[in-house]
Design a protein around this ligand. Structure first.
Ligand code: 5GP
Ligand code: ZN
Length: 144
């Protein structure tokens, strides 16, 4: 796609710091380096977000993640953990609309990444949980 910053990075029209590349996938350092080694893994095919993936694209992209993760671990033995983040759509903090997975190495509780999930379990009865699960399950079964 002509106006996409990540397509331009794949095509070397914009410089980047590559860490992995094959026919389907490109991985490079995120410019912000939230923590050392913060890496973006992207499909070479331009897709906006996860909702556009088919099974083949999903397996080609996600199958590369463990070896890139192990590369980070070996490069930085002081790494103590790794967060994968995938933002989809503006509300969910997506800012570049060529789908990408963030690999964010973690070094300590004091590093520059944090994520918190509120626990709303008290608002969900067992019936409500079953209803929510069933609506998702049925949608998956009826989907493509
Ligand atoms: P999002 O917010 O969409 O999940 O993540 C987009 C990421 O792309 C951000 O973390 C941002 O730092 C990164 N980014 C944006 N422009 C560039 C660029 O030109 N080069 C690199 N390497 N990363 C970029
Ligand atoms: Zn693109």
């Amino acid at each position: 796609m002509t106006d996409c910053i990540f397509c331009k990075i794949i095509n070397r029209e914009i410089p980047s710091y590559p860490v992995y590349e094959d026919d389907e996938v490109y991985a490079f350092l995120d410019i912000t380096q939230t923590t050392k080694g913060h890496t973006l893994v992207i499909p070479k095919k331009h897709v906006v977000d996860l909702f556009e993936y088919d099974d083949i694209l999903a397996s080609s992209l996600f199958s590369r993640i463990p070896k890139i993760a192990r590369g980070l671990e070996q490069a930085f033995p002081e790494m103590k953990g790794l967060n994968l983040i995938n933002n989809n759509k503006e509300l969910a903090y997506q800012t570049v609309f060529h789908s990408h997975i963030h690999l964010i190495p973690r070094y300590s509780t004091e590093d520059d990444f944090s994520i918190t999930f509120k626990n709303n379990a008290e608002n969900y009865t067992t019936e409500k949980m079953a209803e929510v699960a069933n609506s998702i399950k049925e949608a998956i079964e009826n989907g493509k």
